[in-house]
Design a protein around this ligand. Structure first.
Ligand code: FE2
Length: 365
């Protein structure tokens, strides 16, 4: 299974993962052979990448950190929460009584996400979450929750604290409900004025949740502080170093990692090894180096399904990752040094043993 750009899809290719509509229904099941009509439907849903099975290595599987059904359920729950808050804000301006915001559903999916992570031994983030532009904010909320909770788990937080953290991560951008759509959905660069307005979402989110007593103070801290930066250049308060709460720091790393590895209308996603490079390069600047180091220990720089160029000139596909040798996964050659595709992949090469061979490039579209 590997990710492929939507423009490179051909009829006859086989889907590697289920494709969902914005309201959480399965549009196309994994294993579906793509026809012209299906490819058009994927384009209409505004996906930029989807997973397909590679016929040369049909047996490799990539497991998500949490079950796919739970991810979809969480996306629907946060979507509804945004809608409820929006309705509340609209009602407030027309003088209606505030309906309040029920956190039960958020608490329930957050608990399930924490449980899935705790039950997953040696949890490694392998699968990039390929989002449709149509539900970016909600899919981003859920994936930030997953990767941030994995970090919290690595830091040794107990289950009850992980639940608070997960709820905060799910809700971290809830303040965006107060930002005008023309700023939120603007395809180009924001003006300084617009950017300053956008920055208000952290404080606005905290204000929305402040009076909700079913939500812990720790969850609210994530919402307030997820744009603070370790060197004091963040917002809303410009806090520095340890003055930023641990959960705020986890929120910042999770938010940035997921945003960087997602396609947006104005830029292409970074691949995991590039995002790791960025985070490590900014350890002790935007983030605490210690936290970043802990975080990247959970991320496969070359996830299963990645096509890489080897120092031998051959192209190979990653088939297994051992996180003790994260940069030297198992691979199988799929094209020779002249670029000629092999009909079937070669035998498994264990790069942790084949020290003379290195990955020199990631092939990506
Ligand atoms: Fe944010």
């Amino acid at each position: 299974m590997r990710a492929i750009h939507i423009d490179d899809l051909n009829t006859g290719m086989v889907l590697g993962k289920n494709i969902y509509t914005a309201d959480g229904r399965v549009l196309l099941r994994q294993g579906t052979t793509l026809s012209e009509r299906y490819i058009r439907a994927l384009k209409d849903l505004h996906y930029s990448h989807v997973y397909i099975r590679d016929p040369r290595v049909p047996d490799i599987e990539v497991n998500d950190v949490i079950p796919e059904e739970l991810r979809q359920e969480a996306i629907q729950v946060i979507h509804k929460s945004f809608g409820d808050i929006q309705a509340q804000l609209n009602g407030a301006t027309s003088g209606a009584i505030k309906p309040g915001f029920n956190t039960d559903a958020i608490a329930s999916v957050s608990r399930d996400i924490v449980e899935a992570i705790l039950n997953n031994k040696d949890v490694v983030i392998q699968l990039a979450d390929l989002k449709s532009h149509d539900n970016y904010t909600f899919a981003h909320s859920v994936n930030s929750c997953v990767v941030g909770t994995v970090l919290g788990h690595r830091l040794g937080l107990p289950e009850s604290k992980l639940r608070d953290l997960a709820m905060g991560l799910m809700l971290h951008d809830i303040g965006k409900t107060t930002i005008p759509l023309e700023i939120l959905n603007k395809p180009g660069k924001l003006t300084e004025l617009e950017f300053n307005r956008m920055k208000e979402h952290a404080r606005a989110g905290f204000d929305i949740l402040r009076e909700i007593f079913t939500l812990s103070a720790h969850a609210k801290i994530v919402v307030l502080q997820h744009h603070e930066r370790y060197d004091g250049t963040g917002y809303p308060k410009g806090l520095k170093g340890a003055d930023i709460h641990l959960y705020g720091q986890v929120g910042a790393i999770a938010d940035v990692y997921d945003a960087m590895t997602s396609d947006r209308s104005y830029r292409k996603r970074l691949l995991p090894h590039e995002a790791i490079e960025f985070l490590m390069g900014n350890g002790d600047r935007y983030f605490s180096l210690e936290l970043v180091t802990t975080f990247v220990a959970s991320i496969a720089p070359y996830p299963v399904g990645t096509i890489v160029k080897l120092s031998t000139g051959e192209s190979a596909i990653v088939t297994e990752v051992d996180m003790s040798f994260a940069t030297r996964p198992n691979v199988r050659v799929i094209a020779d040094a002249s670029g000629q595709d092999l009909a079937t992949a070669g035998p498994t090469l264990e790069l942790k043993k084949e020290r003379a061979i290195a990955i020199i490039k990631v092939m990506a579209d």
